[in-house]
Each structure stands twice: as C-alpha cells, then as structure tokens.
Design a protein around this ligand. Structure first.
Ligand SMILES: [Zn+2]
Ligand SMILES: [Zn+2]
Length: 446
C-alpha cells in the first residue's frame, strides 16, 4: 500500500536524459491524481526542464537547487491546472536512493508554503538509474513517502527507494518462479489486472493469468454463454449455456488459483461501474470486439496511464465465402505512444452505432446476423502472445525496453511480423498537447 507515481514512457525518457545525464540537472513534473489498486496514484502529465545556470543554480546551502523564480512559476502552473508539483533531481548510486540531510531540510523550509500556494500535493522525487524515492506533502498537512515510481514501457519499470523484499518461496509456483524469480512471482501476486471481454480470447487470458498467480482479476463482460460459444470457452460445459460469461470466467479463475481476488462486472465496458474498476488496474487486456470497448480502454490507457494489450483475431471472408489472409493481432497500448485512434483501430461510425442501446445497434447493422468465423486455436495463438508479453514485461525480462511493437501472426503463410504503432502529431488522446488525453483524468467523462 502507499502512494505511487506513474510516468508515461516519453516523459520518462526526457526526464531521465535530463536529470540522470552527466550534467545532473533538475526538473519539475506536474501530475494529476487518481485512485489506484494499492493507494493514490500520481499521474505525471507535464515535464518542465530546468536550464543549467539560470533555473538550476548553486543553492544557499552548498547544494544545487531549483532557482526561486523557476519554482514559483511551476507552482503557479500547478495551482492553475490543479496538479501536483514534484521537483526532481538525481543522486549517484544504483538500486538504493534517499534524500540527503540538505534535501530534507530544504523540503521542510519550502514545501509547507508551496503547498499553501498551490493547494495541491507538492513534493520531491530523487532518482538513480534503478531507484526512486519521493517525499510528498499533502494539502491536509500529512507527509507521505512515495512507495514506487512506475514507467509502463516495454518492461514495466517499478522504481523504489531500495529493492523490494523477496516474497516467501511459493512451492505451488516453484517451476515458473525458476524463470520469473521469487520476486517476479510476488510481483504477479500483487497485480490487479482487468480482462475486458470473456469470450474465446478472454476465457484463455483469464485461465492463464490465474494459473500464473496474478493476485486480482477484474472480469468485464455483459453477455451470457450461448451454445455456439462452447467450443472456445475454457472448461465450459453444456450446463453453462445461459450463465453469465463473468460467472464462468470467475469459476475457472478460482479453480486455477483459490487465492485469487475477483471483481465480476456483468456490464458493458462503457458503464460507469466498469470504468471505475478498469482505471484502478495495473494492466488491461482488451479481448472484446466492438469500437466502444476499444474507445473506452484506449481512453483509460491515456487518461489514467494504465498499460493495455489489445488482442484480436480476424478471419476475412469474401461474400462468396472465400477465406482471405487470416491474422491475429496482439497490440500493446501504452500511455503517450501511438494509440488506437492514431492507428485507425477505432471507426467513428461504428463507434457511434456501438454506443446505442442493443436493439438500435442491431437495427443499424448493415448485414445483420452473419456471425464471424471463430476458432479456438487462433484465439490461443493471440492470447498466448499477449500473456507472454505481459509476464516478461512485469518481471523485466524483455531485451528491448523501447520495443512497443504489435505482433501480427499470419497462420496461412506461417509469418510472424512486428508492427510499430503510428502516432498522429496532434492526437487528442495520446499526445501531451491533446485536450482529452495524456494523464488528463477528471477533465472528461471517463
Ligand atoms: Zn539531493
Ligand atoms: Zn493517439
């Protein structure tokens, strides 16, 4: 439990270049505030870099410090935008970091009055390459330590003031812990993961996440099981027809891991009950068809800085019934990288239809009642790619931190291709200038 700070990858790259580079300069992050799975989350939205010499100067106490005018301007911006003010600097070191006596004395002199000016959280973050510590001053006078700083990049970086304590070796998961480490296993146990859409792909995702030992799952789907679903739903039986898909997924998750915590939401993702849970997760898997689900998950990623994986299978058929290029897609959706809108994966017309009540939706379909082909083996291919990526990311085993590529399988030609997401320059959702997007929770209906 405790406060955390999430920094979008592109802001992190600029911040760490600036403060961890050879010149060791200072900066300020402005951050929104949201509820998180383990306590309040600060969501870094803007980065203000201090220029060497004018903004970052030798301080009164023989220590480099942010210049008073720079601090004043940044605090006023924080006040006007209703954001937390977090001053950032770096120390030498590896996986341990803490504030110096001089740092702490300056916090005690400065932060009570800065907090009064801004009326928001104020504080400081100190970094090394592999560690981060934070000292937060709350508007009600409390002072909190930052438990962790999270950067959702190719590897899900989680920086603390010292390495996390290893959990007790867990005999159930002994074999996988030999790859992921006891610490990795403990990390999985502490995560809260949402699965949106519990059909063919979602059912496999839930089975795998629960067996891996993910501690908490949020299951979202408003549909009931139909007979034609049975060939693709893990461990389903004839007697399950008519049951909610959330119920079935919950039963399987408990069989796989009796200790798992479950939140079942038999609603469409755009319902407030669903969105509220979705944005309090560490990761979202999107396995629902439909543009509304894509739109809302994309919004949650960008506004609340929660990474997501979109998983889909496409079997194109011509009107004559000829099979085209079958493909599965596993797409990483990260805050501040090319989003689902930028990559034309949300269609405004279909989104508008999808937001209507069920009866109206059906009436608006151009070709009603032609079900798409769906096969368990294709679903498995896409789901396995998605969960593998997730596991390697949370335990930090990806070779390339900056690799955000989507994976496309084309089973007919036995190809596996990587596809880098495109980003529109002025996307309203995933760029810092966007009016709806990055870290902007609270300013839109979500
Ligand atoms: Zn310091
Ligand atoms: Zn975008």
């Amino acid at each position: 439990m405790g406060w955390s700070l999430t920094i979008p990858p592109k802001i992190w790259d600029r911040l760490s270049d600036h403060v961890l580079g050879s010149a060791a300069r200072g900066a300020v992050l402005l951050a929104g505030l949201a509820d998180g799975p383990r306590g309040p989350r600060l969501l870094a939205r803007e980065l203000i870099l201090a220029d060497e010499g004018t903004d970052y100067v030798p301080g009164e106490f023989g220590h480099r410090a942010l210049a008073p005018t720079f601090v004043r301007d940044a605090v006023i911006r924080a006040r006007d935008e209703g954001l937390a003010y977090i001053a950032v600097h770096a120390h030498l070191g590896l996986d341990h970091v803490g504030f110096s006596e001089i740092d702490l004395a300056s916090h005690e002199r400065g932060y009570p009055s800065l907090g009064q000016i801004s009326g928001q959280v104020v504080g400081a973050l100190v970094l090394t390459d592999h560690a981060a510590a934070g000292d937060l001053w709350l508007p009600d006078g409390r002072r909190e330590e930052l438990a962790e700083t999270i950067v959702p990049t190719g590897n899900l970086l989680r920086l603390r003031s010292q390495p996390a304590a290893e959990g007790c070796p867990d005999s159930l998961h002994d074999r996988q812990a030999r790859l992921l480490g006891d610490l990795g296993q403990e990390t999985l146990r502490r995560l809260r993961v949402a699965v949106v859409g519990l059909g063919g792909v979602g059912s496999i995702l839930v089975e795998e996440l629960a067996r891996l030992g993910v501690g908490e799952l949020v299951l979202i789907d408003d549909e009931a099981v139909e007979k034609t679903n049975l060939p693709r739903l893990v461990a389903s039986e004839l007697g399950d027809i008519g049951r909610l898909k959330t119920e079935l997924a919950a039963r399987n998750a408990r069989r796989a891991n009796p200790d798992v915590h479950l939140t079942e939401i038999a609603q469409r993702v755009e319902r407030p009950e669903s969105l509220e849970e979705l944005v309090r997760c560490d990761w979202i898997f999107l396995a629902a068809d439909g543009d509304a689900a894509r739109h809302w998950v994309n919004a949650a990623v960008q506004q609340y800085l929660v990474p997501a994986t979109q998983v889909g299978v496409k079997v194109p058929l011509t009107p004559q019934g000829e099979v085209g290029q079958i493909h599965t897609a596993t797409r990483l959706v990260l805050p501040g990288s090319g989003c689902l809108w930028c990559n034309r994966l949300i269609d405004p017309t279909r989104l508008a239809i999808d937001m209507h009540p069920a009866e109206e939706r059906e009436a608006a379909q151009y070709i009603p009642g032609v079900p798409a082909p769906s096969v368990i083996t294709l679903n498995t291919l896409a789901a396995a790619e998605a969960v593998n990526h997730f596991v390697l990311s949370v335990v930090g085993l990806h070779d390339e931190e900056g690799d955000h590529a989507s994976v496309i399988h084309r089973p007919r030609t036995r190809q596996r291709d990587l596809q880098n997401p495109r980003q529109g320059q002025n996307c309203r959702w995933c760029t810092s200038s966007g009016q709806l997007g990055l870290g902007r929770r609270g300013s839109t209906p979500l």
